[in-house]
Design a protein around this ligand. Sequence first.
Ligand code: SAM
Length: 264
Amino acid sequence: MNFHVLTLFPDMIRDGLMASITGRAIKAGIISLEVVNIRDYTENKHKKVDDYPYGGGAGMLMQAQPVYDAWEAVNRRIGTEKKTRVVFLSPQGNTFNQHMAKEFAKEEDLIFLCGHYEGIDERVLEEIVTDQVSIGDYVLTGGELPAMVMIDAVSRMVPGVLSNQESGVSESFSEHLLEYPQYSRPEVWKEKKVPAILLSGDHKKVEEWRLEQSLERTKRLRPDLYEKWAAENQEYFVRKAKKEERLRRKLEKRLNCCTTHQGV
Ligand code: SAM
């Protein structure tokens, strides 16, 4: 998968993404990162890329021309028939989530447009943007951090980026559930023991325990997500009720049996 970032601060993007897991994936050629400095495309002889907003108001606006030309150059390099999606990072967009990360990870190429100052001239946004995405209801100084947040989350959904693909599948928000608690060595730390079930070697029981923990945690911390999971997984509750009924009958039988024996 190829990420292309249009920005006025290319070093920020490179420094942020060339480290850790995304950096390793870029070096391994699993994903690629093209960072384009919008300033390189300005026709202004002083390399200016911003100007005052018409009608007045605070701050400066990024002008349409350099943004459009930078986008055109990237598109030419991508060179596909299909129109590449252009994600404009904006506090006015739809809030980014794990589902969107999975969807974006299906694309071959993605272009990210980072605003700065008071934003970007509306006309170029109308011309090139296909998706407006926010990373939350607060205003940042620029779209660079949001672009890095998105590229990080999308990359993790690209096969081969994580060394163990499983860890991307069972994490928080996959299937609406938060992840279960995890423990590593030592078995006892500050008198706190690792739950015995995790040391049992019984994989089926471990899976059941983890699901129960995830459900308990999601219900407590994110009831909105729990509701979604519950609505989509009614059969889980039916199965659970049946299992509990079977256990109850078994116990009852055992108790009856004991009292009959005692009676004899
Ligand atoms: N005047 C704009 C408004 O009120 O919508 C805010 C401009 S903001 C100071 C500068 C740039 O930062 C934006 O164009 C956008 O690219 C980026 N940005 C700021 N907050 C963001 C957020 N929550 N999510 C995504 N991008 C954001």
